[in-house]
Each structure stands twice: as C-alpha cells, then as structure tokens.
Design a protein around this ligand. Structure first.
Ligand SMILES: [Zn+2]
Length: 138
C-alpha cells in the first residue's frame, strides 16, 4: 500500500523511497534526518618536495590525481605548482557529498598502485604534507 511521507507528503512506494530503505518508516529517504547532511566537501593537500625534487613529485602527484579522477562523487580535481617555489604543490578536490573524501582515503589505502604512489611521494617530500577539508558554503 502506498504511504505518504509525514514531512513532505511524497508518495512512498519502493523500499528505496523510505528512510533507511525501511517500509515501516513514516518519512521518505529525502526527509531522513538520521543520515549525514548532503554537503559538498572540498579538500586540499599541500606537498613540499625536497629541494630540486619537484619534477619527481609532480609526476607522482599526476598519477595520484589520475587515480582520484576515477572515484565516485568527484566533481573536480587538479594539481598545482607554486609560482614561488617549483618544489611546492597543491592538490585540490571537490566532492558532491560528505563521504567523498572518506572514500578517497579508503581507496588510496586499498588500491595497491595508489598506495605505492603515495609511499613513493613520501620519499621525495621534505616535510609531512598538510591536508584540510571544508564544507562548501557557496
Ligand atoms: Zn519526505
């Protein structure tokens, strides 16, 4: 029997229409407040190569970016080289939902090639990379 969401009134027919996929739920999947909010997330990583090793780091970052491009939920990514120091780089990503960045971290750990790229990257770095992640406000 068709039910309607008590919040928005949407008809709920298939299990996927219900919050949590549970046909006993009184609210629809869109009005489900138990799941994380649908926020877009942007992340950056700052990488500093040992002096003169910028070219090696650039090649490894390129491999990393090509890997990230295949992940679900990615909206945009790029690597950038500092205009002030050719050994300093930025990797930027933008995700359509909250869990995108977590999926990236998980994927890097579980893909042998991606993990090796990351380990090789660590060898040419002068300092620990700095990472940040932010909810996109506008
Ligand atoms: Zn609803």
């Amino acid at each position: 029997m068709e039910k309607n969401c008590v919040v928005c009134g949407m008809p709920m027919v298939e299990p996927a229409d219900f919050a949590g996929g549970n046909p006993e739920s009184r609210v629809c999947a869109h009005c489900d407040t138990s799941k994380p909010p649908e926020i877009r997330v942007t992340t950056y990583g700052l990488f500093r190569a040992k002096p003169g090793q910028g070219a090696q780091l650039a090649a490894l970052l390129h491999e990393h970016v090509e890997f990230v491009k295949k992940l679900n939920g990615l909206q945009e990514t790029f690597a950038g080289q500092s205009l002030d120091n050719p050994d300093h780089f930025l990797v930027f990503t933008k995700w359509e939902d909250f869990s995108g960045h977590d999926r990236m971290a998980h994927a890097v750990l579980n893909d042998a090639d991606a993990r090796r790229t990351f380990q090789e990257m660590m060898d040419v770095l002068e300092t620990e990379p700095a990472f940040g992640r932010f909810a996109i406000l506008e």
